[in-house]
Design a protein around this ligand. Structure first.
Ligand code: ASP
Ligand code: MG
Length: 417
């Protein structure tokens, strides 16, 4: 049994959906549990609906929602699906009802009730399309399976409940039909409220199911050849990596590489399930395999984070910056809900590099100014190179002003202007 995950870009047009069907058909002698994201940019569009609704702009919310509805019906039409019979209409109604109400609860709650629709629609369309071309499959609403807490927009999984449901409900379906189609990114509370697991959470959902179904592998189908040593949009000479260890991927995600949702690795690593990253445009390619096997001789792996702020915190009266001050600063980070990407302690000063989220930076600087003299420098770039060599460092830092540097045997991080 294999777990597949198809992202939004793999199904953003009729041709791409047909392409996905072709890939699935080529696995006709296997059992597949398939997670599919919302189509294209649907999640962003649903976020706009949620924002308008919450701001009290009911008409705008309904107009935006109608556009989305029409786009989905058009795709269903292109795929020659009998739109009247689809569960689509029930799904639309679920949100339309809500949009006619007035918001009385917190934003994150409404966000989840509205945004969860993207994956329900895409999977409903693709499941009926597959059935219509004789790729028999069962569609499930994972809100009946994936139980979460009510931490809306970043919900935590109830592993025990979900695991029992997977055994009781998904295994029999896989026996019946070989293929089960389900949504990533969403779940529900014990009160049947919809929840989401955080943006890009479908990789993580797929890993949860891979773990609970004891899958032989998980494959994430993307529009790139596999994992590259740098973002090819920024570094056209980026090279493809065929094998990576779970550890390396966790490190890469930690430093900000946008390869795979950071929570994805643990459920797979815990059961030794290999993760394949493959290209849906070139299914003949093998892609990257991520597993427990140690990988030697990796090329330098480059992660760039723009929009960084350096905050310098100097002790007010020349006294040493000791544990107590450091720990009060950590309290402030928690209070403001921000975490430094790097920090460095000196005798009488502390430096930290943070993502530039303006309100948070302002609040942090204000609170910290009670304890320190605070200076803020904006417009910086944080460069991380794993498995660095002098050449790569020189090439990427030449002509830049370096304001902070940290090096271990494996990783160098440079904050520069
Ligand atoms: N559709 C969601 C998002 O765009 C989840 C995902 O695709 O992973 O964030
Ligand atoms: Mg995605």
């Amino acid at each position: 049994m294999k777990v597949f995950k198809f992202g939004g870009a793999s199904i953003n047009s009729t041709e791409r959906i047909e392409n996905v069907a072709k890939i699935i058909r080529s696995y006709s002698d296997e059992k597949l549990f398939i997670i599919i994201s919302a189509m294209g940019k649907t999640t962003n569009a649903l976020e706009k609906v949620a924002e308008s609704f919450f701001a009290g702009n009911k008409d705008e919310a309904l107009t935006l929602f109608t556009q989305l509805k029409e786009e989905h019906l058009k795709v269903a039409g292109n795929l020659k699906l009998p739109t009247a019979n689809l569960q689509l209409n029930d799904l639309f109604t679920e949100v339309e009802w809500l949009l006619h109400d007035k918001p009385v609860r917190e934003y994150d709650y409404y966000y989840d009730q509205i945004v969860c629709l993207g994956e329900l629609l895409s999977t409903a369309i693709i499941s009926s399309y597959l059935n219509s071309i004789d790729i028999k499959n069962s569609w499930i609403d994972v809100r009946d399976i994936v139980r979460t807490d009510d931490n809306f927009r970043d919900a935590g999984i109830d592993w025990e409940f979900t695991n029992d449901k997977v055994a009781a409900e998904i295994l029999p379906l896989l026996i019946k039909n070989n293929i089960v189609i389900a949504q990533g990114f969403i779940g529900a509370t014990d009160e049947n409220e919809s929840t989401t697991l955080g943006r890009e959470g479908s990789d993580y959902s797929a890993a949860i199911f891979a773990n609970m179904l004891n899958a032989e592998s998980q494959t994430i189908w993307k529009d790139v050849e596999g994992v590259m040593n740098a973002d090819p949009k920024k570094f056209p000479q980026a090279t493809f990596i065929d094998n990576l260890s779970y550890n390396e991927v966790i490190e890469m995600a930690y430093y900000g590489a946008q390869v795979i949702h950071p929570k994805t690795i643990k459920p797979l690593q815990n059961k030794g399930i290999p993760l394949h990253v493959r290209c849906f445009l070139h299914p003949e390619l093998k892609g990257t395999i991520i597993s427990n096997n140690p990988v030697h001789q990796l090329p330098p792996i480059i992660v760039v984070k723009e929009n960084q702020v350096l905050m310098q915190l100097n002790s007010k009266d020349f006294s040493f910056v000791e544990d107590k001050l450091v720990s009060s600063l950590h309290h402030l980070f928690n209070e403001v809900k921000i975490r430094p990407n790097i920090s460095q302690n000196g005798a009488i000063s502390l430096l930290c590099c943070l993502d530039d989220k303006p309100e948070k930076i302002e609040k942090l600087a204000l609170l910290a100014s009670e304890l320190f003299d605070v200076q803020v420098e904006k417009g910086l770039t944080l460069l991380t190179i794993r498995h660095y060599d002098t050449d790569t460092i020189n090439k990427l830092t030449s002509g830049k002003k370096i304001v902070l540097e940290q090096k271990t045997t494996e990783t160098i991080q440079v904050v520069m202007k």
